[in-house]
Write a protein of this length. Structure first.
Ligand code: NAD
Length: 246
């Protein structure tokens, strides 16, 4: 059975990706932030995954921390045997205009959104190399492609992920490891629920399909990218935004 790790999978898009990959037949590693509330939510996600008759276990790790990722990957390799897919989904926002953005807010978003992708790929790639196969999907954002006022930290982290994705695709292609990114637009999750109704309405005016995306619509593209159907796709960024920019 193939194994997939999904970071930040206790809720939102990550939880949905974990469930979709379980439905596809992957054993799933549900990474969650080390807090009681995230653990509780992750356990519920694992339960839903097991309904598809696959193995699903929760692993607590702050993916912004190098050692946490190293320990988690070692443990997963020992528990599951192989690591066939990695989905770097964990992310946070700490929005404000540059003029008001503190150094702490900048550093925190870079650590969780960008450094985590390095931390995870650094430890998972050697495992995939030995197996001579693997697929990585990094969750970027339209903010990384086009920028977004109030998100200098977030857009920097998400643009960096795109550069990292293309670089890893080039470095590991000969080892039969694919590395792609998805760039979601406005998706219904706890991350976007906090936005004001006025801002939500304004954002939708720019979306050709005139609606928010659902987490399942991100999960279905990730499902494709980690499947055999995408075996000749690497180094690509797939925008999933309902036609935000064309
Ligand atoms: P969310 O806030 O619902 O989920 C984020 C998850 O990441 C949570 O489970 C959280 O606990 C986890 N997380 C945060 N910090 C972590 C850490 N240090 N270690 C481990 N886990 C951590 O948000 P979401 O909307 O589901 O976002 C998922 C991903 O999709 C993020 O990378 C986000 O930037 C990206 N994205 C979301 C949207 C959107 O509209 N919702 C758009 C573009 C990109």
């Amino acid at each position: 059975m193939a194994t997939a790790i999904v970071t930040g999978a206790s809720q939102g898009i990550g939880a949905c990706i974990a469930k979709r990959l379980a439905k596809d037949g992957f054993d799933v590693v549900i990474n969650h932030y080390p807090s009681d509330s995230d653990k509780e939510k992750a356990l519920a996600v694992a339960e839903e995954c097991r309904a598809f008759s696959v193995k699903a276990e929760c692993y607590s790790a702050d993916v912004s921390k190098f050692e946490d990722c190293e320990n988690m990957v070692k443990q997963v390799k020992a528990d599951f045997g192989t690591i066939d897919a990695l989905v770097n989904n964990a992310g946070i926002t700490k929005d404000s205009l540059l003029a008001r953005m503190t150094e702490d807010a900048y550093d925190a978003v870079i650590a969780v959104n960008q450094k985590s992708v390095y931390n995870m790929m650094k430890h998972v790639c050697p495992v995939m190399m030995k197996q001579k196969h693997g697929s990585i999907v990094n969750v970027s954002s339209v903010a990384g492609l086009y920028g977004n006022a109030g998100q200098v930290n977030y857009s920097a982290s998400k643009a960096a992920i795109i550069g990292m994705t293309k670089t890893v695709a080039k470095e590991y292609g000969r080892k039969n490891i694919t590395c792609n990114a998805v760039a979601p637009g406005f998706i219904h999750t706890p991350m976007t629920d906090v936005l004001s109704d006025e801002l939500k309405a304004k954002m939708l005016e720019a979306v050709a399909l005139r609606r928010y995306g659902e987490p399942e619509e991100i999960a279905s593209v990730v499902s494709f990218l980690v499947s055999e159907n995408a075996s000749y796709v690497t180094g690509q960024v797939i925008e999933i935004s309902g036609g935000l920019s064309m």
